[in-house]
Design a protein around this ligand. Structure first.
Ligand SMILES: C[S@@+](CC[C@H](N)C(=O)[O-])C[C@H]1O[C@@H](n2cnc3c(N)ncnc32)[C@H](O)[C@@H]1O
Length: 238
């Protein structure tokens, strides 16, 4: 039977599926009304609420891991841009961060974000701007050794200008990739959000030199109308 991060059964919950219509309200912009309507009717938002995840992003890493299997018991994971914590919640049972799976290796999760994150059992959380000078050294100190997975969902708030947003996200992805090159164990995995938009070619080239396989994936939980996709690089060559 399916269980959420709270350990409660989730099968059979939320069977009724009624579309919520949002009326325009004085003082609310049409774009905000559209956003609200989309949130209220998004099946992944509903599932996240029912299953106890902090956001719909949880399903993206779940779908990526179901396909590539990098969150295994004993894995040491760095989660960059982890707030509010959905990816961490998914990783905790999969890597056995609480040591609850008898006979299986216990993993470790280090979460980093600009924002403060409510504590999550089994996760070591740090508030840090990963683009600050010396930020990667701080993460390496906290880690105190190698990692098996470096994953990044970092995204700056939208500027409203597509190309600027794209360049910003590529810069975040590149910074995450350089941390991965320094800390990953041979055979390790790098996962990062990117936005399609033209400047990701160099990054792909770099990843292809350092990893056995590089895949570009749009998991079903990623909104179809967004240019977001994920790069999953497996088999770090060291
Ligand atoms: C889409 S959210 C991540 C959602 C998260 N994966 C989850 O499942 O809850 C993107 C996050 O990236 C963080 N972020 C953006 N730029 C950052 C930076 N320079 N350093 C650290 N975190 C950053 C934001 O604060 C935001 O919380």
């Amino acid at each position: 039977m399916a269980k959420g991060p709270d350990g409660k059964n989730t099968s059979g919950r939320g069977q009724r599926d009624l579309t919520v219509k949002v009326k325009t309200a004085r003082g609310r912009r049409a774009s905000s009304t559209r956003w609200l309507q989309r949130q209220l009717n998004d099946p992944y938002v509903k599932r996240a609420q029912l299953e106890g995840y902090r956001g719909r992003a949880a399903f993206k890493i779940m779908e990526l891991d179901d396909k590539f299997r990098f969150l295994v018991p004993g894995a040491r994971v760095v989660d960059l841009g982890c707030a509010p914590g959905g990816w961490c919640q998914v990783a905790v049972p999969r890597v056995n961060a609480l040591g609850e799976k008898a006979g299986k290796a216990q993993g470790r999760i280090l979460g980093v974000d600009l924002q403060e994150v409510e504590p999550i059992a089994g996760v070591e959380l740090h508030q840090l701007d990963f683009m600050d000078d010396g930020a990667d050294d701080k993460v390496k100190d906290w880690l105190g050794g190698k990692a098996d997975v470096v994953m990044s969902d970092m995204a700056a708030s939208s500027s409203g200008h597509k190309q600027t947003d794209h360049l910003r996200i590529i810069a975040l992805c590149e910074a995450a990739a350089y941390l991965a090159f320094d800390v990953l164990e041979e055979g390790g995995t790098f996962v990062s959000k990117v936005l399609a938009g033209g400047a990701e070619g160099e990054l792909q080239k770099l990843l292809k030199q350092r990893f056995a396989k590089v895949a570009n994936v749009k998991p079903p939980a990623s909104r179809a109308d967004s240019s977001e996709k994920f790069v999953v690089a497996t088999g770090f060559k060291g």
